[in-house]
Design a protein around this ligand. Structure first.
Ligand SMILES: [Zn+2]
Length: 123
C-alpha cells in the first residue's frame, strides 16, 4: 500500500497501484499523479507510460504521456506485460467518460496537493 496526496493505493492484480476508493473515482495512481502534478486532464485515448517499464516506480519523472499507438509499439518492442495483463490494462483505461466528477477529482486533488506542498515539502 502506498499513500499519495492523502489517497491510499493498493496493488491490483495487473501490478498497478489503484485507489482503494475505487477505480472510477480516483483510478490508477500513475494517471492520478500525472493529472495532479501537471494539473491537467489526460485526454481521451492517451496513456501514461512508465519510462523505465517499472509500474511500481511512480516517480513523476518516470511518467510520460503518449498516444496508445505509440505506447503499444514501445511495449511490443520490449514488452513486460503478459497478453492477459495487456487486456486488463486496456479495459481499465478504456472509455472513461470525463465527467464533472472527474474534473472535480482533479481540482480537489490539485488543491490538496498544493496545500500539502506548502505544509510539508516531502508531500
Ligand atoms: Zn507503458
Amino acid at each position: 500500500m502506498v499513500k499519495y496526496n492523502g489517497q491510499e493505493f493498493i496493488l491490483n492484480n495487473c501490478g498497478y497501484y489503484v485507489s482503494r476508493r475505487g477505480l472510477d473515482i480516483i483510478g490508477l495512481l500513475h494517471r492520478y499523479k500525472y493529472e495532479i502534478e501537471h494539473n491537467c486532464v489526460i485526454p481521451k485515448g492517451m496513456v501514461i507510460h512508465h519510462k523505465n517499464f517499472d509500474r511500481l516506480d511512480n516517480d513523476i519523472d518516470n511518467l510520460q504521456i503518449m498516444t496508445r499507438a505509440k505506447h503499444n509499439k514501445i511495449h511490443h518492442e520490449g514488452t513486460k506485460h503478459s497478453e492477459e495483463a495487456k487486456r486488463k490494462i486496456g479495459d481499465s483505461h478504456r472509455g472513461k467518460p470525463r465527467s464533472q466528477e472527474v474534473r472535480f477529482k482533479i481540482s480537489e486533488g490539485v488543491s490538496r496537493y498544493n496545500e500539502n506542498k506548502r505544509k510539508n515539502k516531502t508531500a
